[in-house]
Design a protein around this ligand. Structure first.
Ligand SMILES: [Zn+2]
Length: 233
């Protein structure tokens, strides 16, 4: 690969190395340059009465591929746009791909591959042993994590969020809104910029893709809408 700087090579962009990671809070793997900003944000949250906790950080290419395959085999629920469980066998390959992309990034393109992005919750708002579901109801309205979410949204808007932001705050017709997904922008932006179309093409050249024809047919749209997070022009 010649299209990206040496420290952001293909393996690092696509979740196929852990060389840039360190154990973060709770043992969750994070990019080593995110550790300090994360600790600063945690202290700010603590002062406001929240226990900002990571449910997940880095996720490997293999893990993401395994999620896709289990959904296609029916071992994990494949959900519709609005969250109802779908019958995999009743769907065309294009429809399966559409449903997968709504909730689970194409393996190799997940922001969780970078170590810059996290799923978070407020451990102070729920009893120990609480079963986290990562659904919007937990983060809005009367949900247990709504107060911390609002506090974080205000911190981001007022530039006191230590560089973190919510990349999936809005539904642009691609990835479903994820009010729990937090990203460290200064670093994530570098990964995103390095993730040029040539990187995406190289990723798709790899062997063993499920739904390969459907992915190839929609490659341009996947790149624009699900990686660059750009709505339709
Ligand atoms: Zn996430």
């Amino acid at each position: 690969m010649t299209c990206s700087p040496p420290d952001l090579d293909f393996a690092r962009l696509t979740g196929q190395t852990e060389a840039h990671l360190v154990p973060g809070p709770g043992g969750v793997l994070v990019h080593r340059q995110v550790l300090e900003p994360l600790q600063r944000l945690h202290r700010r949250a603590q002062a406001a009465g929240f226990e900002l906790t990571l449910a997940s950080g880095f996720r490997s290419f293999e893990r993401q591929m395994s999620i896709w395959q289990r959904k296609l085999r029916g071992e994990l629920p494949l959900l519709s746009r609005t969250g109802e469980r779908l019958d995999v066998d009743a769907l065309s390959p294009d429809e399966q791909l559409q449903a997968l992309l709504r909730w689970s990034a194409l393996p190799g393109t997940s922001r969780h591959h970078w170590g810059t992005d996290f799923d978070i919750y407020d451990a102070a708002a729920v009893p120990a042993g609480y079963h986290l579901q990562l659904v919007p109801e937990e983060y809005t309205g009367d949900g247990p994590f709504a107060p911390m979410t609002q506090w974080l949204q205000q911190a981001v808007a007022s530039d006191s969020g230590e560089g973190f932001f919510f990349p999936y705050a809005e539904d642009i017709g691609g990835v479903a809104p994820e009010p729990w997904h937090l990203s460290y922008r200064p670093l994530a932006q570098q990964f995103l910029q390095a993730f040029e179309p040539a990187v995406f093409q190289a990723l798709l050249q790899g062997a063993g893709w499920p739904l390969a024809d459907s992915i190839a047919g929609r490659a341009e749209e996947i790149y624009r809408r699900y990686i660059c997070l750009r709505p339709d022009a």
